[in-house]
Design a protein around this ligand. Structure first.
Ligand code: FAD
Length: 356
């Protein structure tokens, strides 16, 4: 009997499709299904999964299962764990692949325990070698790459975003089998009464952006005229982020300044910090400005494919093999020029302008 794989996803709370990373995991699930000659089941969770099921109808899964209803609209441990457990049991799958969304990261380790199985998170790739499934993940701040195999089943694997090409296919009618779940009273005790989120233009961390824009401490340092120009730096950076849709990263020196009660860029928080003690975001391109490019910072650039930097210092770290292109220039001038070009050519992508 061939192996069975379950691709597990939840409907995005904002709309009725799946979060983007889900389609990437579906791509990985289909690849593995083919390599193993396995059978694929899709399992969906949400208030109403009809529209989401239609988006994956053409993927070629044997079955599409769902746990649906108003109780499953929002992320909540009790109801999400019950729904995921019911889908895993109904699918009877040995391997369960799910996107590493915050909703699933919170709940699937508990589900693995209920199933007497095991779980791995932060997985970046999956493949079958001679019929053995191997998962890859990074440890020690992306310095060590581990390849994991497991005998225990079911094995739940949460895959990170940006590691696989998203599966695309025509939407179409989907035959969905509803799996009934009766929730214990304790599972509905928590009620989501609303969502407080920053305004979308204040939301500077954008994992799906093509470009990572990094600001370093240089933006807050004295410039050639002997003065700091923090207001100007804020305006230039915010204008660039608005026009380009780039995601904002910061160096540790810059984000730490808040704690030292120095004047800093108001929109920069520790969540923006990229590096050894910060994050390791995944974007096709990166542009660093006023940041020295030291190793503890650049280690966070591991998954940025094309790197450019603007620095006054021709001997900065970026010049020592850490960037593809270093512009030895004043970032205030470069960004003002870039913003003017973006305003002029509002339909041109910032990457295209950077190429010119
Ligand atoms: C254990 C450990 C963990 C660490 N983890 C991290 C981490 O996660 N992330 C991180 O970022 N750092 C980390 N660091 C700190 C790191 O080593 C650096 O100290 C830090 O990244 C420096 O930040 P910076 O480049 O913004 O500032 P600086 O080193 O002060 O560099 C500022 C740069 O701005 C340039 N500049 C100034 N004005 C202009 C201008 N007008 N135009 C262009 N360029 C200009 C200057 O030439 C200079 O190169 C860690 C260090 C340690 C020891």
């Amino acid at each position: 009997m061939s192996q069975s794989i379950l691709f597990l996803a939840h409907v995005s709370e904002a709309g009725n499709s799946l979060p983007k990373v889900s389609y990437e995991v579906l791509g990985a699930a289909l690849k593995l299904t083919k390599q193993l000659g396995a059978r694929l089941t899709i399992g969906l969770i949400g208030a109403d999964v009809t529209a989401a099921a239609e988006t994956v109808a053409a993927a070629g899964a044997e079955r599409i299962l769902a746990v649906a209803g108003p109780d499953f609209a929002s992320a909540r441990y009790g109801s999400d764990a019950a729904a995921a457990e019911a889908l895993c049991r109904a699918a009877g799958a040995e391997l369960i692949l799910a996107p590493a969304t915050s909703r699933f990261m919170r709940v699937l380790a508990g589900v693995a325990h209920r199933l007497n199985g095991c779980v791995d998170t932060h997985v970046t790739s999956l493949e079958s070698v001679s019929g053995e499934v191997r998962a890859t993940r990074w440890h020690y701040r992306q310095r060590i790459e581990a390849v994991i195999t497991r005998d225990a089943r079911p094995w739940i694997v949460l895959l990170e975003s940006g590691c696989e090409a998203a599966w695309t296919g025509q939407s179409g009618a989907a035959k969905v089998e509803e799996i009934p779940v009766t929730l214990a009273q304790a599972a509905t005790r928590t009620v989501v009464s609303g969502v407080r989120a920053p305004k979308s233009d204040a939301q500077t961390i954008r994992p799906d952006a093509n470009l990572l824009f990094v600001a370093g401490a240089g933006w807050t340092k004295k410039q050639a005229d002997g003065k700091t120009h923090i207001d100007q730096a804020e305006t230039l950076i915010l204008e660039f982020l608005r026009a380009s849709g780039a995601s904002l990263g910061g160096s540790k020196s810059l984000v730490d300044q808040t704690g030292e009660s120095q004047a800093v860029l108001g929109f920069m928080t520790h969540l923006n910090q990229v590096g050894q003690t910060g994050s390791t975001p995944r974007h096709p391109k990166g542009l660093s400005t006023c940041c020295h490019g030291e190793e503890p910072h650049v280690v966070g650039w591991r998954f940025i494919n094309e790197r450019r930097a603007v620095n006054l210092d021709p001997n900065c770290g970026w010049a020592r093999g850490k960037a593809d292109v270093l512009y030895v220039a004043d970032a205030f001038e470069v960004l003002a020029k870039l913003n003017a070009l973006l305003a002029q050519r509002s339909r041109t992508s910032p990457e295209a302008i950077l190429q010119t």
